[in-house]
Design a protein around this ligand. Structure first.
Ligand SMILES: Nc1ncnc2c1ncn2[C@@H]1O[C@H](COP(=O)(O)OP(=O)(O)OP(=O)(O)O)[C@@H](O)[C@H]1O
Ligand SMILES: [Mg+2]
Length: 445
């Protein structure tokens, strides 16, 4: 039996409108009586808004094209070479979900206008046909599954954005570029337990919508990353963004002039994003809770006591604690610093930043991970590994320095000798420094 929409479109193309309606109803009625099958129609538009399920079905079915599909469409984006497939008009796609057989059909109906000067338009829809007895399963489980798959595919293909602030008409606004940083948790050399704890925390966070709602907390999370330069703080931010597929807003506090401007800038960020304030100890005089203002005082001589005209630490903290709650969901804020000891205790107080993450100098495990990534043609038992690991224990070498050495050549024998020499030189230097410091202390005493 032809599907109802085929018969309906046939009816609408050959018969005048008043009769059309009666015939369409009759066809529908007869079809329902005779068939054990049920068909759901998923229109592309509902009024003027695009139907979300249609959009999801379009993407989902693109991944279900099988050997029985006679025609399908292919496209790619300028960004990658990956080919994307999608269903062609009137093609059928079979799918199975928990042993339920489903049949999709992409229908494209030409809508003829009575006025020949007006161009004919098209109405697109999907028909989803299955046995009547699975109606509840399809509505309550299969279609939500299609939506979830769609979200997953979309996340995988998402072009992430890195936002930075631009000054336009003396007003700070966000400008963006595509974010394509290669750092992932797999490439990060850091304490494995800390890494696992962060991943666990992020997983809980993204799945936590209901928990946050239940306990009446804003759906946001704050991380403070601290450690010497080159230990991977920015790389960790990138790895977190890549893991979550979130956009990044790089907030340069030195270009913000007042609390009200900060509020405006922060409220114009989108959900599912990470706001990063790098080197928080340098970007503002964070110890001064009274006044943290650069431009305003420098550029304006009139003394205005209104706090909205200054950027204060409490303005920032208020936003994190309070106002933040009322403006959006699924937000992460990250502060990075090289000097945790210089931060105002208000920023470190428990509950303010949910996780404090130390980033440390390179460890033997960290070195092994870096070596496995940088020297793909080297097994993990190179004769110099033992010596290198012994040296690393006694030297403060950052992962950035180690990465800098490892990238010098593809030949492990050459590169690892260089690494040994580098660590030895560094060790001698550190010994000398320690000697000088001791001497200075003795003199002082
Ligand atoms: N933990 C790490 N694991 C892997 N690579 C690292 C790590 N730390 C640093 N690197 C390498 O060194 C480069 C610089 O590191 P990154 O900018 O992340 O350090 P940082 O801690 O943010 O430094 P800064 O305090 O100067 O901002 C990275 O692009 C990466 O190649
Ligand atoms: Mg950095």
């Amino acid at each position: 039996m032809s599907s109802p929409s085929t018969l309906l479109s046939l009816a609408s193309s050959i018969i005048v409108e008043p009769v059309q309606h009666c015939i369409q109803s009759a066809i529908r009625y007869l079809y329902t009586l005779c068939s054990t099958q049920l068909t759901i129609i998923i229109d592309e538009f509902r009024g003027i808004t695009r139907n979300h399920i249609y959009e999801a079905a379009e993407i989902y079915l693109g991944t279900k094209i099988g050997p029985n599909t006679k025609r399908f469409k292919v496209h790619n984006t300028t960004r990658d070479k990956k080919l994307y497939t999608s269903v062609e008009k009137n093609e059928e796609i079979a799918d199975t979900f928990q042993n339920v057989q489903l049949k999709w059909r992409f229908v494209c109906i030409q809508l003829k206008s009575p006025n020949p000067t007006i161009i004919t338009s098209e109405k697109n829809l999907f028909e989803l046909t299955f046995h009547k007895k699975f109606k509840e399963k399809v509505l309550n489980e299969y279609l939500p599954h299609v939506m979830e798959e769609y979200q997953r595919i979309k996340d995988n293909d998402k072009v992430m954005k890195l936002y930075a602030m631009n000054l336009s008409n003396d007003k700070a606004i966000w400008g963006s570029i595509n974010f394509e940083h290669p750092s992932t948790f797999g490439t990060l050399a850091m304490h494995e337990e800390t890494k696992a704890a962060i991943i666990h925390d992020l997983k809980r966070f993204v799945r936590g919508k209901d928990i946050y709602k239940r306990v009446g907390k804003a759906w946001k999370r704050g991380y403070l990353l601290y450690g010497p330069p080159g230990t991977g703080k920015s790389s960790l931010v990138a790895a977190m963004a890549n893991y979550l597929k979130y956009d990044i807003y790089d907030l340069e506090l030195t270009s913000v002039r007042s609390n009200s401007e900060l509020r405006r800038i922060l409220t114009s960020t989108t959900n599912r994003s990470i706001i990063v304030i790098e080197d928080i100890d340098c970007s503002v005089d964070i110890n001064d809770r009274q006044l943290i203002n650069y431009h305003y005082n420098n550029n304006n001589n009139n003394n205005n006591n209104n706090n909205n005209n200054k950027l204060t630490l409490s303005g920032l903290l208020n936003f994190i604690d309070g106002l933040w709650s009322s403006c959006g969901d699924e937000r992460i804020i990250i502060f990075t610093t090289n000097h945790i000891d210089r931060l105002d205790p208000a920023l470190l107080r428990s509950g303010r930043m949910d996780m404090h993450i130390p980033m440390s100098y390179c460890t033997p495990e960290g070195f092994r991970l870096l070596a496995s990534k940088y020297l793909t043609n080297c097994n993990n038992h190179h004769r110099l590994f033992g010596e290198i690991e012994g040296l690393i224990e006694n030297v403060q070498a950052t992962p950035a320095e180690m990465a800098g050495e490892l990238i010098k050549s593809d030949n492990p024998d050459i590169v690892l000798v260089e690494v040994v020499n580098f660590l030895k030189r560094k060790h001698t230097k550190e010994e000398k420094c320690r000697g000088t410091e001791k001497g200075a202390k003795r003199k002082k005493n």
